[in-house]
Write a protein that binds this ligand. Structure first.
Ligand SMILES: *Cc1c(COP(=O)(O)O)cnc(C)c1O
Length: 298
């Protein structure tokens, strides 16, 4: 649908001071596009194909004012020649303070704002959009997982890795990664939400039966206060990670995951000489909501 460099499938080795006896490579899907997050693009691919093959002309999806999914959906719909409406949690004046919504609007997205309590009842909203192809919030679903799987299958030798670590929101990406993983590999998902214990069952709904026995673990202690919450410790860590690796991260997803990676290495969770693949899922556009000067990159 759009051309991106195949180089994103060549993992980059990093050697930060804390890597100890573990070897770490980073899959830079953040390099796919400056605004469209790596994993969001992969998750949307098959929904867009499905919408087109079923003859839909319009799509609708859901998200918050800083959502990577919203802006990626706007871009994907534009590429495919589909009209798209974003159901946004909040008020119309949020556009003024949201570079994400402004960008989505530039890509041609129409917005439909709903109050928080109304937003929760997605079925009611969906009824108003019955000739639209519906994409769940965050691209949750089997087609999303199928697309996410291709982040791994695009790597020429991904069987060399012992562990695969990445950020988790809805669990769609993790399901795709587990489906793609080999039996000797362990998939570690870092949940960026607080106490999201329904996540595991939602994620499992998207795993192929044959993958149930694969090794995976969801970590719930690296949320830094909850979804899109941050602390000075997190921001300082993102700066030091950048100094040591030249890789920018975002404060909602990949910064928390990079923090977890260091913590797991410090705690000797990985076996000696393990090969770890950190999937950088992108999301850097979200850093535009931070005040200037907090991050040494942007
Ligand atoms: C949405 C997102 C995730 C989480 O993906 P899920 O499939 O919802 O778990 C991870 N990283 C980034 C940068 C994202 O935008």
């Amino acid at each position: 649908m759009f051309n991106y460099s195949p180089d994103i499938f060549i993992p980059q080795k990093i050697s930060p001071s804390w890597s100890d006896n573990v070897s770490v490579d980073v899959l830079r899907t953040d390099l796919l596009h400056p605004v469209v997050s790596g994993n969001k693009w992969f998750k949307l691919k098959y929904y867009v194909e499905d919408a087109l093959s079923k003859g839909f002309e319009k799509m609708v999806t859901f998200g918050g004012a800083f959502s990577n999914h919203i802006v990626a959906s706007a871009f994907a719909a534009k590429q495919a020649g589909l009209r798209i409406t974003g159901i946004i949690r909040g008020e119309p004046d949020m556009v003024d303070n949201s570079p994400t919504l402004q960008q989505a609007q530039e890509y041609g997205m129409h917005f439909h704002f709903v109050a928080r309590n109304e937003y929760r009842d997605k079925e009611l909203i969906k009824n108003k959009f019955n000739d639209f192809y519906i994409v769940n919030e965050g691209g949750y679903g089997k087609l999303g997982a199928k697309g996410a799987e291709e982040m791994l299958t695009g790597i020429s030798h991904f069987e060399i890795y012992d562990y695969i670590i990445h950020a988790v929101g809805s669990g769609t990406t993790m399901a795709g990664i587990i489906n793609a993983a080999h039996h000797h590999q362990k998939v570690i998902g870092v949940s960026v939400m607080k106490n999201n214990y329904s996540l595991e069952s939602e994620m499992k709904n998207l795993i192929n039966k044959a993958s149930y026995i694969k090794k995976y673990e969801l970590l719930h202690s690296y949320h830094f206060g909850g979804y899109a919450k941050k602390t000075d410790e997190l921001i300082n860590y993102m700066n030091s990670f950048y100094k040591e690796t030249a890789i920018p991260t975002d404060f909602v997803y990949t910064g928390k995951t990079a923090f977890a990676l260091k913590d797991l290495i410090n705690n000797k969770v990985f076996k000696p000489y393990a090969k770890v693949l950190f999937i950088h899922t992108g999301g850097l556009q979200g850093n535009r909501s931070l005040p200037d000067g907090k991050l040494i990159f942007k």
